[in-house]
Design a protein around this ligand. Structure first.
Ligand code: ZN
Length: 158
């Protein structure tokens, strides 16, 4: 977001900086909340970078109330938001609710989300696809940099 604006704490509508109440729902824009509550709220912020930062901070603070909303963020259609949620959930590994969500992230349709929870496994999968099984994590960057197999050499790949 470029122009200074106030985001409604109730409905996330973007309001002019000078507004005291939300133009959409009428909620007060002055409400003061504890920091963690502000971070939980910011997980759904319309600005993706803000949502990503909130997820990182909640993970660093080990704020367990974040697990459920991070699970919701993991369902986001935006892979950047979903990946941020997945990465943050790793901080809560060992918590049964978080472990279920981390397992979900490992099966996520977006490669960005799968890599967020398991960068090594994703690289190994790419290596295996190219006939280069990766058993040593130190080889991962080389495999990741290896050129794609030429199309047509061994027939179409898909
Ligand atoms: Zn509102």
């Amino acid at each position: 977001m470029t122009a200074p604006s106030r985001v409604c704490p109730a409905c996330y509508a973007i309001n002019p900086w000078v507004a005291d109440v939300c133009v959409r729902c009428g909620a007060s824009l002055e409400r003061a909340e504890a920091f963690d509550e502000r971070l939980l709220w910011a997980l759904d912020h319309p600005d993706t970078a803000t949502a990503e930062l909130a997820a990182r901070l909640l993970a660093a603070r080990r704020e367990r109330r974040a697990i459920e909303p991070l699970g919701q963020l993991l369902q986001s259609a935006d892979p950047y938001r979903a990946a941020a949620a997945a990465r943050a959930l790793l901080a809560f590994a060992g918590d049964p609710a978080a472990d279920v969500l981390i397992a979900e992230a490992r099966r996520h349709p977006s490669v960005m989300v799968r890599r967020a929870v398991d960068p090594g496994a994703e690289t190994a999968a790419r290596g295996a696809e190219r006939g280069l099984p990766v058993r040593d994590a130190r080889a991962a960057p080389m495999v990741a940099a290896a050129p794609e197999p030429r199309a047509g050499r061994r027939g179409a790949r898909r």
